[in-house]
Design a protein around this ligand. Structure first.
Ligand code: HEM
Length: 514
């Protein structure tokens, strides 16, 4: 035995580094070949339709993700392969109308747990990553801050910021400057969330420029996206990461530091009866039910709420505007609804807007065609496997609905590329050709116990911004750079400029439209 050992060792010692690398390569290639054969033929997932390469390799997914085109690619795969598609070796995507309910509608943590989310601060659960009782406790504490009552009490914050936003646009209009309105909408959305969360806006509108924190966040989305794609590369993770925007990743830490500091600043503010920010409601809940949320949990949730409640709104408002400007008849109909209802701009309130059907339909349709969270919402199948939309899916598979794929899909919506708010109307005005639409396939806020907590706020804010903007200005679209089909997604849509000319509307303009 000792002789064999020594012969083996002496032959091994004679192998050069190049030979060693070649040997490693051959071993890896052999392993990979066997794995590829398994993944495409014997694996229980092999039967799920999809391109061969995606069944055994993450590369197509990584490649498209790094280009910001994975949401579009998955949409196209569904067109080709149907409602159930193997997106990569471990993931299956569904576009069936019932998929949202089946995957996310259950008391979440019990059936399909979230997968791939990392706590912002290790050991401290935030709403996105908390499980079971922690999630229920935190959600209950935050629910108060997102109730209809809270929204009514907070309306003055929204109105004040929209007023400043329109004043800034007035100034540009007087100077006859064309503007990238997406940028101004971003200023507005970030200022609003700063006030709602901490009673301290980012002052983007005041200063007429991005606050450094906002810029940091916008870059952070892209670097997070890069890391998620790099993680799929296994042992090549460091290599892919090295080519990515690593410096922006460190900015994630800065975002956390800034959020924590803001929470402390807010906690130290003197009492004020008039203040109605998120923390007002959370502290009330904390007083009534001691320990609803610890300071550390408040800090990490602040870091979550800022991006969750800002860029999503900016995307929705920009998307609505772009689609309206491309469809003058729809815009005219919306103006008519607004101008029949409101005599002057100061009459426009969130409560009155809530009763108008057409503006709601416009927002629904824009969310369908341009869902702010367009990519995957990962859930993992429990070890014993589960039947999802009629398919048995083995344990540990990642399953997801991609909102963009489910919505831009002719099996769910007739003429999916046609902007038709009327499909959302409950009256005879709903066109006959849309009557078989599966409206439930569009769930931009997800469903179930882990859906978006900010739904009411998002609708109310979007409608208020849109209504007041359209009431005050005529907008002329200057180019088609915003074309959704050409956009990229890095966690969030990377919104190109939406260039417009503004003209102030007169009372006569309003009379003619209504
Ligand atoms: C149009 C705007 C918005 C869209 C499309 C949207 C979409 C979503 C989606 C799809 C989820 C589920 C994420 C998942 O399952 O991993 C989610 C969760 C969440 N959203 Fe929103 N969101 C919007 C606006 C907002 C706003 C305005 C806020 C707060 C100010 C907010 C706060 C949150 C929070 C805290 C969660 C985590 C909820 C939980 O896990 O219990 N979102 N959102």
């Amino acid at each position: 035995m000792a002789i064999i050992d020594s012969i083996l060792w002496s032959s091994f010692a004679r192998i050069s580094v190049v030979e060693l690398i070649a040997l490693g390569f051959v071993l890896y290639a052999t392993y990979y070949f066997i794995y590829a054969v398994y993944a495409t033929t014997f694996s229980p997932l092999a039967k799920i339709p999809g391109p061969l390469a995606r069944k055994f390799s993450y590369l197509p997914c990584v490649f498209m993700s790094l280009q910001g085109r994975e949401s579009h690619a998955v949409r196209d795969l569904h067109h080709q392969y149907g409602p159930v598609v193997r997106v990569n070796p471990e993931m299956v995507s569904f576009t069936n109308p019932t998929a949202w309910k089946e995957i996310y509608g259950y008391p979440g943590v019990k059936k399909f747990k979230k997968s791939g989310y990392r706590q912002l601060r290790p050991g401290v659960p935030d709403l996105l990553t908390a499980n079971g009782t922690d999630h229920a406790r935190q959600r209950a504490a935050l629910n108060r801050a997102f109730s209809e009552k809270a929204l009514r009490e907070q309306e003055h914050y929204f109105q004040d910021h929209v007023h400043l936003f329109l004043t800034r646009l007035d100034e540009r209009c007087a100077q006859k400057q064309s503007i990238n309105i997406t940028q101004w909408i971003e200023f507005l959305a970030f200022d609003i969330i700063g006030t709602l969360a901490f009673s301290s806006p980012f002052n983007c509108l005041e200063d007429q420029g991005y606050h450094p924190w906002v810029l940091l966040l916008l870059n952070f989305f892209k670097s997070t996206h890069w890391v998620l794609a790099a993680r799929m590369c296994g042992i090549f993770f460091p290599l892919v990461l090295a080519f990515g925007p690593i410096r922006d990743l460190q900015k994630g830490e800065e975002h956390l530091r800034r959020s924590y500091a803001k929470v402390q600043e807010r906690i130290n503010m003197p009492e004020d009866e008039e203040r109605n920010d998120f923390w007002t409601y959370i502290s009330r809940q904390n007083e009534q039910k001691e320990g609803s949320m610890s300071i550390q949990e408040m800090e990490v949730n602040a870091a979550l709420l800022i991006p969750a409640g800002s860029d999503t709104i900016a995307t929705t408002v920009s998307g609505c505007l772009y689609l309206l400007l491309k469809h003058p008849n729809t815009l005219a109909r919306l103006r008519k609804e607004l101008e029949d209802e409101f005599v002057s701009e100061k009459d426009i309130t969130m409560t009155r807007l809530a009763a108008l059907p057409y503006i709601r339909a416009v927002v629904e349709e824009a969310l369908r065609m341009y869902p702010p969270i367009s990519g995957e919402l990962r859930r993992v199948v429990p070890r014993e496997g589960a039947v999802v939309c009629g398919h048995f899916i083995p344990g540990n598979t990642i399953i997801s609905v991609y909102a963009f794929a489910a919505c831009d899909n002719p099996a769910n919506f007739a003429r999916p590329k046609q902007f038709t708010p009327e499909r959302w109307l409950q009256t005879d005005e709903r066109p006959t050709w849309t009557r078989n639409d599966h409206l439930e396939a569009s769930q931009p806020f997800s469903v179930g116990p882990r859906n978006c907590i900010g739904i009411s706020l998002a609708y109310a804010e979007t409608k208020l911004i849109l209504a007041r903007l359209l009431f005050r200005f005529d907008l002329e679209l200057l180019d088609d750079d915003f074309n959704i089909e050409n956009q990229k997604v890095y966690v969030m849509w990377k919104k190109p400029p939406l260039s417009v000319n503004l003209t102030k509307r007169s009372a006569t303009d309003r009379k003619t439209s209504s």
